[in-house]
Design a binder for this molecule. Sequence first.
Ligand SMILES: Cc1cc2nc3c(=O)[nH]c(=O)nc-3n(C[C@H](O)[C@H](O)[C@H](O)COP(=O)(O)OP(=O)(O)OC[C@H]3O[C@@H](n4cnc5c(N)ncnc54)[C@H](O)[C@@H]3O)c2cc1C
Length: 369
Amino acid sequence: MDRIDCVVIGAGVVGLAIARALALAGKDVIILEVEDSFGVHTSSRNSEVIHAGIYYQNKSLKAQLCVSGKKMLYEYCERRNIPFKRTGKLIVATNESEVVTVKDYIKKAEENNVDDLIWLDKNQVADLEPDIKCVGAVFSPSTGIIDSHTYMLSLLGDAENAGSVIVYNTPVESIKASKEGFLIQTGGTAAFELQTDTLINAAGLNACDLAHSIAELDKAFIPKPYFAKAHYYSLSGRSPFKHLIYPVAHKASLGVHVTIDMGGNARFGPDLEWVDDIDYSFDNSREEAFYDAIRQYWPSVKREWLQPGYTGIRPKISGPTDPAADFLIQGQKEHAVKGLVNLFGIESPGLTASLAIANVVKKLVENND
Ligand SMILES: Cc1cc2nc3c(=O)[nH]c(=O)nc-3n(C[C@H](O)[C@H](O)[C@H](O)COP(=O)(O)OP(=O)(O)OC[C@H]3O[C@@H](n4cnc5c(N)ncnc54)[C@H](O)[C@@H]3O)c2cc1C
């Protein structure tokens, strides 16, 4: 039976970034992916925003890894010619009662070492985005957008150049941990067994279920998963916007915002719906709610300009009534299973933070933590 240094389960942006980091550190790495391509789930069903690091709880992993990951990601994109743009983002106060909340983002960001946010009055906003109606906005210059597919392709290329192998159509079905490492049983048409010293569970929406399949792992370390579905509408025709436009954030999401893709097309979303299953079907009855939300800051939008776009699902580990959970990255110091790293709740800003998350995991592996 084959034996390998590291197995990474999941070829989303986080699994690929981890595989790359481990391979560049000299490890033999195999990536096992159930789908027939990389990044099919959350990593291609998001807003593709490089987040500045504004909203997250001070000192949380989300805050720290977003801010360090953003810097690493911009540098990586520049070095590797990955399409990206520092568009900047406006968080708009649509009425006087939102001004305090919006201005508070400046303080909140400073706590996270993001000190470039500025307040713009409505005339200054009109200079940047004439179609936006608001009483003022906070401008974040370091927010941007990225072509996430090209980014993932580049991560995979780096990992493969450093000797990694990716195996598609390969669901990991069972994992047995012992002092000698892990015995992994896969399914699929060409099922096989594999032994490894290090196992990285980067299975996204499936990470908690997968962790439950490891009999030797104390289940107290596995959080309860929650799925929060997101819909996006796209704007037909040319985007009038050059910047990303965000309303005031809600508890579990950032609100229906405007993002622009690298082709200059605008899309609106995401909204939030708690669901039980991974089902990406599009529910067009949400159009009315989107239209209402967008009109708050773009009064001249016409309903017929909204076209059903796509959906995504946030891999949450806090439920509708819980405080927002942080990323949960557990190594053996926590759960006592040698060589195992579990990644739970890697929702937004996981794309922005991916290179920084990969470094955290690499250190856990190298230090046997
Ligand atoms: C609506 C939405 C908007 C977002 N917007 C942003 C944003 O603008 N900026 C940002 O920074 N972040 C954003 N995010 C977060 C970001 O998309 C995620 O953090 C990131 O994509 C997570 O990547 P991942 O590799 O952990 O998960 P995934 O991309 O889901 O990858 C997990 C992989 O594991 C595979 N897998 C699962 N089970 C198994 C198994 N048993 N065997 C083998 N393979 C398996 C899956 O097929 C999948 O390919 C957003 C997320 C959502 C949902």
